[in-house]
Ligand binder design. Structure first.
Ligand code: BG6
Length: 477
């Protein structure tokens, strides 16, 4: 007889996920320096359906650094820096037993100093202790889109010297918090290089005459950092787990034409490449062939290959928001280039609702790697209407319910999922568009796109709903 899986395992981690640069604010206190996120302007006339990313050339970077007229929302976040106790209290009230947060590198090594900034570390001592005191497992991202600008001035991650800077930063965190924090994600969404070269790699688009080569060289350095941090972690405490994180970009063929089917497979392989290197410990041949055909010369030494082979990641974290469809005739190999799926509805930003896509990608990851999965982000961005002190966000409840059901289906198939961490449990600033009005939370934050408001927190309808989900370990949906 076989024992079947029936639902969420005991000890399943229910919580939420955030990033320092979207919540903390307090961008200029205690010695913190500016980061790639602090120079993302709010654009009042932005087209929500066009992904407005904060990419830079050398000239635009120089200009934005001098810009004193624009509003830069990520400098202010939702004021978590001052309200973290209240926010963690609200998460506790919902029953969270885990919380994903990130540490801001510019607070710890503002200008690449040899010694860490004690005031920066002291803030995270308080936050991590508060998380633990409230019964939550902290899950920490080391770098979530806030690269200190001095690293950008060195050429970003394409400069091999930056490996030492980030390893030193990561090692400092592991030494300080390794006995309190078990789960670590060195890089948020390591594969999103084609959407966000600036905030995830610190590259300007005209830094050389071969930008794609710069991107893959920078990524190679991030793979090495990931492996080195894993090596360090294992010598410190055997419980520490180092994860690789993807933004799910699983592509479905637009039609059953064989060209579309093969094209979707190739596009998927370009995404699995990132987790293949981190979880299997080697570059896949199709990628080396792609580099060769594109004239991309990534410097990979024998010692690098050894390091990657010996120190693979422990788990696969991923974010899932929507699914993507590709057409061999219309789309290129660029990950951002997709075709609209006529079967799905989306939100105002064009992000489709597809719980089956969630089930699909989890199953693919498990079948490929057989490593524990962490749902590090999931959620529904919506321009909520705040009335009488609350938000009636049935649309969010519907979205999350269907995605939790999909996750349960995968678990019944034997997929090992360890955590579900919906994005932005307390409303925060959008990463892509820097709007406050693209909200994900169970808790409404009274700030608008220009940072006006009291900052007060109000429970939405989804607050009580998620509380019941957690209480029942995913049985009451
Ligand atoms: C993920 C990022 O890609 O998506 C988060 O890790 C981000 O930082 C989230 O906030 C949602 O995207 P957006 O653009 O709606 O904030």
């Amino acid at each position: 007889m076989y024992q079947l899986e029936t639902g969420f395992p005991e000890g399943f981690l229910w919580g939420g996920a955030t990033a320092a640069c979207q919540i903390e604010g307090a961008y200029d206190v205690d010695g913190r320096s500016l980061s790639t996120s602090d120079i993302h302007r709010y654009e009042p006339h932005l087209n929500r359906k066009e992904l407005v990313e904060n990419e830079h050339t050398r000239a635009s970077l120089e200009a934005v650094l001098k810009d004193e007229a624009s509003y830069f929302p990520k400098r202010y976040g939702n004021d978590f820096y001052h309200r973290y106790q209240e926010d963690i209290g609200l998460m506790k009230e919902m029953g969270f037993n885990s919380f994903r947060l990130s540490i801001a590198w510019p607070r710890i090594f503002p200008q690449g100093e040899a010694q860490p900034n004690e005031e920066g570390l002291a803030f995270y001592d308080k936050v991590i202790d508060e998380v633990i005191a409230n019964g939550m497992e902290p899950i920490v991202t080391m770098l979530h889109y806030d690269i200190p600008l001095h690293i950008v001035s060195l050429g970003g991650f394409k400069n091999p010297k930056v490996i030492d800077y980030m390893v030193h930063y990561g090692e400092t965190l592991l030494q300080r918090y390794g006995h309190k924090v078990k789960y670590w994600i060195p890089f948020n969404q390591i594969n999103l290089i084609q959407y966000c070269g600036f905030k995830s790699l610190g590259l300007v688009t005209d830094g050389s005459d071969h930008f794609e080569e710069d991107q893959y060289q920078a990524i190679h350095h991030q793979f090495l950092i990931n492996a080195k941090l894993k090596e360090i972690a294992k010598t410190m405490a055997s419980e520490i787990q180092i994860g690789i994180m993807l933004a799910d970009c699983t592509f479905a063929p637009h039609t059953c034409r064989p060209e579309d089917v093969v094209f979707a497979m190739k596009r998927n392989r370009m995404q699995y490449f990132f987790s293949d290197v981190a979880l299997r410990g080697a570059y896949p041949m199709h990628m080396l062939r792609y580099f060769n055909e594109q004239g991309i010369n990534v410097k990979i030494t024998e010692a690098d290959k050894q390091l990657l082979k010996q120190h693979t990641s422990d788990f696969l974290a991923f974010s899932y928001y929507y699914s993507r469809t590709v057409d061999a005739e219309k789309n290129t190999m660029d990950a951002a280039d997709i075709t609209e799926n006529p079967y799905l509805k989306g939100n105002d930003w064009g992000w489709t609702i597809d719980p089956l896509g969630f089930y699909n990608c989890m199953s693919q990851y498990w079948d490929r790697y057989q490593k524990p999965l962490m749902v590090a982000e999931n959620g529904f961005g919506y321009e909520d209407v705040f009335v009488d002190g609350t938000v009636h966000d049935q649309y969010r409840i519907d979205y999350l319910r269907e995605h939790i059901k999909a996750m349960k289906e995968a678990i019944k198939d034997g997929v090992e999922v360890m955590a579900y961490l919906p994005w932005g449990p307390i409303d925060l600033v959008s990463s892509g568009t820097a709007e406050m009005s693209k909200r994900y939370g169970f808790v409404y934050v009274d700030f608008d796109d220009l940072g006006r408001g009291t900052g007060n927190r109000y429970k939405k309808d989804s607050f009580d709903w998620y509380k019941k989900v957690i209480e029942s370990n995913g049985e009451v949906l």
